[in-house]
Design a protein around this ligand. Structure first.
Ligand code: MTE
Length: 324
């Protein structure tokens, strides 16, 4: 993650952090309608918006799960789909939106392998139908020091894990993503070891917050955001949320992961959002919310586990400075 941080902004509450509850409630209701397609189709978003342009064939209906919806104002669709990390499509934030059109997302299969009762393969249709799709509004915090708030669509990965019937030897889960030179211009750059892989401990993978994700903003995932299927792990830095998954492997030993192989001292296996553990080259104490980056914008304080305190019990007794 080749970034420059501007340590020039101070921590004071933002207007949106002190917005009254009623305003959040109506905002959330609005987002629910967006997700259901009611607003996208109505023209309220304006014919020129990226959302309106793509809102027809790509809709993915899902019911908002308000237990998993943060109050923060969602990031604009335009920002969430043009400021991306997807190194298979280039290292510049603007590259994936420009170049990921070559990604072929159908047909697509995900194979379930390793320490399971019986390996199997699911096509996208089967994957979509495995459990009811939900919309969840999650914060995602990148290790680079920025964050977004996105209405994702999917279901808890635990539903797929249950179907896989892992054996007693399955201690970790590994996500292997697509690596196809014909479709992905970034693969000619050996910056990371391809395919991009990520992993979670089994209890992390089974945590209800861990979302197998097929859509966002009421639609299927845009290519640059990891179509057709990715994982979202909201209490961990964004790089744990692997895009365009083709294999899910249940394994005995902690799997190797792309950024850890790139620089083990900078990117640990756990990578929980933690304002108390700095990256060796920059602070993790605060973050810039994408969309709030005007001249007067203030940085926000980064919250432990990105604010998802429910997960704290997964790490009881662990030294999170050592297991960063
Ligand atoms: N998955 C793959 N296959 N390749 C990548 O380069 N980048 C990661 C993660 N998943 C990446 C990936 C990083 S660094 C981040 S911050 C998030 O995707 C960004 O997700 P977004 O573009 O949807 O915000």
């Amino acid at each position: 993650m080749l970034i420059k941080i501007r340590p020039d902004q101070i921590d004071i509450p933002l207007a949106s952090e002190i917005t009254p509850q009623e305003v959040y409630a109506s905002r959330r209701a609005f987002m629910g309608k967006v997700a259901a397609g009611a607003i996208a189709g109505s023209g309220l978003l304006g014919a020129g918006s990226a959302f309106a342009q793509s809102a027809t064939a790509r809709k993915l209906p899902a019911k908002l799960n308000s237990a998993y919806a943060v109050m923060d104002k969602p990031t604009a669709y335009q920002d969430a789909t043009t400021y991306n990390n997807y190194y298979e499509f280039g290292t510049d934030k603007a590259d994936p939106a420009r170049t990921a059109g070559t990604l072929k997302t159908a047909p697509w299969t995900v194979s379930i392998e390793g320490e399971v009762k019986k390996p199997f393969t699911l096509d996208l249709d089967a994957l979509m139908k495995l459990a009811p799709l939900e919309e969840r509004i999650y914060r995602l915090r990148c290790v680079e020091g920025w964050s977004m708030v996105i209405p994702w669509i999917g279901y808890s990965l635990s539903a797929l894990i249950k179907k896989a019937e892992p054996t007693g030897n399955a201690k970790y889960i590994e996500f292997v993503t697509l690596a196809d030179k014909k479709q992905m211009p970034g693969l000619s750059d050996p910056i990371l070891q391809w395919p991009y892989t990520e992993g979670l401990r089994m209890d992390e993978a089974n945590h209800p917050l861990t979302l197998l994700t097929m859509g966002m903003y009421g639609e299927v995932l845009p290519n640059q955001n990891g179509a057709p299927v990715r994982v979202i792990v909201p209490w961990k830095y964004g790089f744990k949320s692997a895009k365009s998954i083709v294999r899910i492997r249940f394994v005995k030993d902690q799997p190797k992961t792309a950024w850890n192989m790139y620089a083990a001292q900078e990117y640990g296996f756990y990578s929980n959002v933690n304002p108390n553990v700095d990256h060796p080259r920059w602070s993790q104490a605060s973050e810039r919310r994408i969309g709030e980056d005007g001249f007067f914008a203030r940085k926000r304080k980064t919250l432990m586990f990105n604010g998802y305190n429910d997960v704290a019990g997964l790490y009881t007794g662990m030294d999170l400075k050592k297991y960063f």
